[in-house]
Design a protein around this ligand. Structure first.
Ligand code: MG
Ligand code: ZN
Length: 213
């Protein structure tokens, strides 16, 4: 009984994701689904990209959070279109939520759309949002074992961002192990080393984004 319900939810999500994909293609928009644990710096990575690319690329942001509009307020300060989705406690975004947000954000005017998923390394991975690319974000503070423990994210992402590298001197983060685990799951995936705080690696991040357009 329960299994059937889950299957129906996933099938409905697949259909909605296809509609999103078509909608993005028609508008010529590249959409990125950022997935990470809470506090890894997804919003900071989006802010950093906006600061570097504003004026050159038309950017929009969909913010997913269980509650509050805090991240959307941060983005709005940079003067780009932003829509907040509150999942009311829900632990992931679904394609139908993105579909509604696309109408509000006037997707036809955009080139690049960031979708910040709810901070969670598990179920966002199984819900296709119809995105063009999936971005796995890990901060050094979370430890090097995340790819080994949450392999599905790293297997299905097109890029991994290792954020907060400025903290590494204070942590027992084994970067060699981290890189080996990511590569074992996804041999070709680029791993971008970034610190949003110091700005190190931000240009590599924005360069990667520009190459997707
Ligand atoms: Mg955030
Ligand atoms: Zn969930």
């Amino acid at each position: 009984m329960e299994i059937k319900v889950v299957k129906r939810i996933m099938e409905a999500n697949e259909q909605h994701a296809e509609v999103v994909r078509r909608r993005l293609r028609e508008s010529g928009v590249v959409a990125l689904n950022l997935i990470s644990a809470p506090g890894s710096g997804k919003t900071s990575l989006i802010e950093a990209a906006i600061r570097e690319l504003k004026g050159r690329v038309r950017i929009g942001v969909i913010e997913g959070d269980p509650d509050t509009t805090r991240d959307a307020e941060r983005i709005a300060r940079l003067d780009v279109p932003v829509v907040q989705i509150n999942t009311e406690g829900g632990c992931h975004l679904e394609a139908t939520m993105v579909l509604r947000a696309l109408e509000e954000i006037e997707v036809d005017n955009l080139q690049l759309l960031f979708i910040e998923n709810v901070g969670n390394l598990v179920c966002p991975v199984v819900f296709d949002l119809g995105e063009t690319y999936r971005v796995a974000v890990v901060s050094a503070a979370e430890g090097h074992d995340k790819p080994a423990k949450y392999p599905a994210l790293f297997r299905t992402a097109q890029v991994t961002v290792l954020n907060k590298i400025d903290l590494m001197p204070y942590l027992d983060f084994d970067e060699e192990q981290f890189t080996a685990d990511v590569r074992r799951l996804n041999p070709e995936i680029p791993i971008l080393r970034v610190s949003c705080r110091t700005g190190e690696g931000v240009s590599e991040w924005t360069e990667w984004l520009l190459q997707r357009l």
